[in-house]
Design a protein around this ligand. Structure first.
Ligand code: HPA
Ligand code: ZN
Length: 326
């Protein structure tokens, strides 16, 4: 078996996936049509041509616009179930999915509509695809902390269906420190904690996520490599880093895939994992992320096994379940 086939067939967990970022243009057109919402593109090819980003903000502007056609519970169900089928096909056995409630509540869509559509799809995938899943509610960091606190309150009736909270959107100028209170309140509710940090922002933001938010896991975290003390801290504590290679390439976090630092991270004994982030926008799902990296950076069989193991070990699954995958 060659390395690509090996990477594709190995059981894995996906820990960094925004459900709104799995919105394929074909489904976007279909849902826009049935909801009678005009979109500024005439064809799938025109949509794909627009997916050319110089930085995170250019991507986010298009990503939020795309999410604007999601109105009904069925729309959220269809979006989620389509992703879950693709994940199962890539031998993903467990997935921890981000959703951005504020992207929808700010457009007048209720929290209930969003989460109930997603939860029903997760339920059906457990049954039909044998795919285990957790949900992570992500706060939008370009909004203020009071807005995140209101979102936390809206989530409480669904407390048992949400495993963790996260922090995403425009990183520069919106440091983790801005959200210390809502993260503390979220922990009081029993939620696990993670935050995007060190994607475009500096290593200092990763320190803040660790020391001020007390996160269990860092999303991205690429910039940790700028700070030797931080590398040691992350390695000693075996904090998971959910790395997203194709996203890093498309958002110019790395200059080229061949420059991707994930192998260096493994060499530092960091708990790096491979994930797809927003696969409909960045050119591929989790297996594509493995496949496209193997040759440019020379990932070997042992690296691939380590990355797959890391994905289960740094998941929010209970230890007894993690052991069954190792
Ligand atoms: N970074 C920050 N916010 C996001 C991302 C990301 O990669 N994807 C969706 N929201
Ligand atoms: Zn992300």
């Amino acid at each position: 078996m060659n390395l690509i086939t090996f990477a594709q067939s190995i059981p894995k967990a996906e820990l960094h996936l925004h459900i709104e970022g799995s919105f394929e243009p074909e489904l976007m057109f279909e849902i826009a049509r049935r909801n009678n919402i005009p979109i500024p593109y005439n064809s799938i090819n025109e949509v794909k041509a627009a997916y050319n980003f110089n930085n995170l903000q250019e991507f986010l502007d298009i990503y939020y616009a795309g999410a604007g056609v999601l109105i009904h519970k069925q729309d959220f169900y269809d979006l989620t179930y389509a992703y879950l089928c693709r994940a199962a096909n890539d031998n993903v056995k467990h997935v921890e999915i981000f959703f951005d409630p504020q992207t929808h509540t700010h457009r007048g869509i209720s929290f209930e509509t969003v989460i109930e559509g997603i939860l029903e799809a997760l339920h059906d995938a457990r049954k039909n695809l044998d795919l285990s899943s957790y949900l992570i509610m992500s706060y939008l960091r370009h909004l203020d902390e009071d807005d995140a606190i209101r979102t936390l309150q809206q989530s409480l009736p669904y407390r048992d269906h949400i495993t963790a909270v996260g922090l995403d959107s425009s990183e520069l100028g919106n440091p983790p420190s801005k959200f210390a209170e809502v993260f503390s309140l979220s922990r009081d509710q029993g939620y696990k904690l993670c935050a995007h940090a060190g994607e475009e922002g500096p290593a200092e933001y990763i320190w803040e996520a660790l020391t001020l938010l007390n996160v269990d896991r860092i999303d991205h975290g690429n910039r940790c490599l700028d700070d030797l003390k931080l590398i040691t801290e992350l390695s000693n504590r075996q904090i998971g880093l959910t790395i997203c290679p194709l996203s890093n390439d498309k958002l110019q976090v790395v200059s080229d895939l061949s420059e991707h630092p994930i192998k260096t991270m493994l060499e530092h004994n960091l708990k790096a994992t491979i994930n797809s982030d927003d696969p409909a926008y960045f050119g591929g799902y989790i297996n594509q992320n493995f496949t496209d990296l193997i040759t440019p950076i020379g990932l070997n069989e042992q690296n691939i096994i380590q990355l797959a193991k890391n994905s289960f070990q740094t998941s929010f699954l209970p230890d007894t379940e993690i052991e069954t995958y190792l």
